[in-house]
Ligand binder design. Structure first.
Ligand SMILES: NC(=O)c1ccc[n+]([C@@H]2O[C@H](COP(=O)([O-])OP(=O)(O)OC[C@H]3O[C@@H](n4cnc5c(N)ncnc54)[C@H](OP(=O)(O)O)[C@@H]3O)[C@@H](O)[C@H]2O)c1
Length: 263
């Protein structure tokens, strides 16, 4: 059986991908850290869509042994993959001096190492016949270095660059896309933050369902990367001529009062 593998399946954006593809009847292989949440999600989907082919297995993406157990299970059920959607990410946000070693290791691994590792593992379990799709969720925060959001921004940039290079290596064998969304009202703390942004928040934030839909379209078209949403695209174009030093000054001022740590 050829599955779409979705990481972060129990999260806000991951959940939107799950729902969209489940309604299309696509076989799904879901992962997140907690088995009970995965089971609940699978049960809900199956109660509405009893024909759905669904597998799940928990995985801590920051832990290589856990990743190993995940693919050992996938192999034991003879799973193959036609699509990877790497949604999982940790948007810990604070001044770098406030980080603990544990938090920086976790964020770097989930946002980058886990994505690279899952991509390799899925490549080895795919036909790579030109239709296989690799979709990674980056962020507009990876467009520029972001003081006070420095690690998140760097990991998302790394993911974006890795996927851009891999796309060339897999030309003709797979579609490889990294999408860069702006704000998405998912968790409570993110929704609160968007509200605080006033008009800009209202204009630029896109619901997770829209982001999922646009992201799937982008990978189907085999786009290298896509900034998701009209206002986020405008922001990128209009800020391009501004010197980086000025942009970073503005970003530092904007972010230094914000702290986020839901992980
Ligand atoms: N919300 C935004 O404004 C926004 C904007 C741009 C980009 N993004 C990106 O979009 C993605 C989804 O974000 P979201 O807003 O949907 O946030 P979310 O609801 O908090 O989802 C994050 C997901 O990452 C998973 N995850 C975190 N650490 C993990 C670990 N160690 N092992 C396995 N899974 C782990 C979580 O899985 P569990 O089920 O185990 O908790 C959760 O499902 C992230 O990559 C984020 O960076 C979000």
């Amino acid at each position: 059986m050829n599955y779409t593998l979705i990481t972060g399946a129990c999260g806000g954006l991951g959940g939107a991908f799950v729902r969209l593809l489940a309604e299309r009847g696509e076989p799904l292989f879901l992962t997140g850290r907690e088995e009970s949440r995965l089971q609940k999600l699978a049960d809900t989907l199956l109660s509405e869509l009893p024909e759905l082919q669904i597998e799940y297995f928990p995985c801590d993406l920051a832990d290589e042994r856990s990743r190993g157990r995940f693919f050992a299970y996938a192999d034991s059920v003879k799973a193959r993959f036609s699509r990877l959607i790497y949604v999982a990410g940790a948007d810990v946000q604070k001044g770098f001096e406030k980080y603990t070693e544990e938090k920086l290791v976790m964020q770097t691994r989930v946002n980058f190492e886990g994505a690279v590792s899952f991509t390799r593992a899925v490549m080895g379990r795919s036909d790579l016949n030109g239709t296989t799709e690799f979709l990674a969720v980056g962020s507009v925060s990876g467009l520029y270095p972001m003081p006070y959001f420095a690690l998140y921004s760097a990991t998302k940039k790394a993911l974006w660059q890795f996927y851009a290079a891999l796309r060339v290596e897999l030309k003709g064998r797979a579609k490889v896309t990294c999408v860069l969304p702006g704000a998405i009202p998912t968790r409570q703390d993110v929704r609160k933050y968007i509200k605080k942004q006033g008009l800009w928040g209202k204009l630029a934030a896109l619901p997770p369902e829209k982001v999922a839909e646009k992201s799937l379209k982008a990978v189907q078209k085999n786009r290298r990367s896509v900034v998701v949403g009209f206002w986020n695209k405008m922001m990128r174009i209009s800020t391009a001529p501004i010197p980086l030093s000025l942009k970073m000054k503005f970003i530092a001022k904007k972010w230094q009062k914000t702290e986020k740590d839901a992980f």
